[in-house]
Design a protein around this ligand. Sequence first.
Ligand SMILES: [Zn+2]
Length: 287
Amino acid sequence: MLVSAKEMLTKAKAGHYGVGQFNINNLEWTKAILQTAQENNSPVILGVSEGAGKYMCGFKTVTEMTKAMIDELGITVPVALHLDHGTYEGAKKCIEAGFSSIMFDGSSLPIEENIAKTKELVATCNKLGLSLEAEVGAIGGEEDGVVGAGEFADPDECKKIADLGVTMLAAGIGNIHGKYPANWPGLNFDVLDQIQQRTGEMPLVLHGGTGIPDDMVKRAISLGVSKINVNTECQLVFAAATRKYIEEGKDEVGKGFDPRKLLAPGTQAIKDKVKEKMEMFGSIDKA
Ligand SMILES: [Zn+2]
């Protein structure tokens, strides 16, 4: 069964730890993350971008696959299936397809329009018992082809959006999607603290988790971040492990070309990475 992210994040905020959102791309990804969450007794959020949803043949396919997998694998830890950086239309599609959590990213819209659309989705999600993540101000880097520049959210705008009744709030504090440049100045904890002061109990979300040093992530968690998004890092370890398998010629030995063998090292690499993150976020045994 899929659950809303509200309870797991409320507990995380109160308990001063973080819950990871790990983005999925296919069956192997989903299985690896679900199994790791279960093995470590950790709550988990599966993130699905609109691009990944399309790749996996639509949101309905994703919902049905995930629900069936939870059932077949005997997963008992809380699992939220979450739309990552949704458009208004994408959010509606995911609600219809049975997602348990939605992110509406209106950060590129004028603040009044972001507020109006977020407000409407709050009402829908509340009625259906789904969690809703909103975003204020652009976060740097690349998100399905959209490039930003390490921007910061305005704490007053954060309060306006938080007051609409969203479940969790993504706010730029110098974080970037994808790989961080060598001259990146780091997260801005003053901005984070101001946002936290204005938004109170609202769990905050840290996007672009790949490449932020562990001590910065831990400090962000101590300052009110309860959800950390991890995407690129799993892609990098999956690619590296697959590359190693091929470069060592293992696909040419015996039945090494069997996709179940070919994809196994990459899948294991995702499991190891997810476990490492859960340990760092402090979510192990918090299911
Ligand atoms: Zn993001």
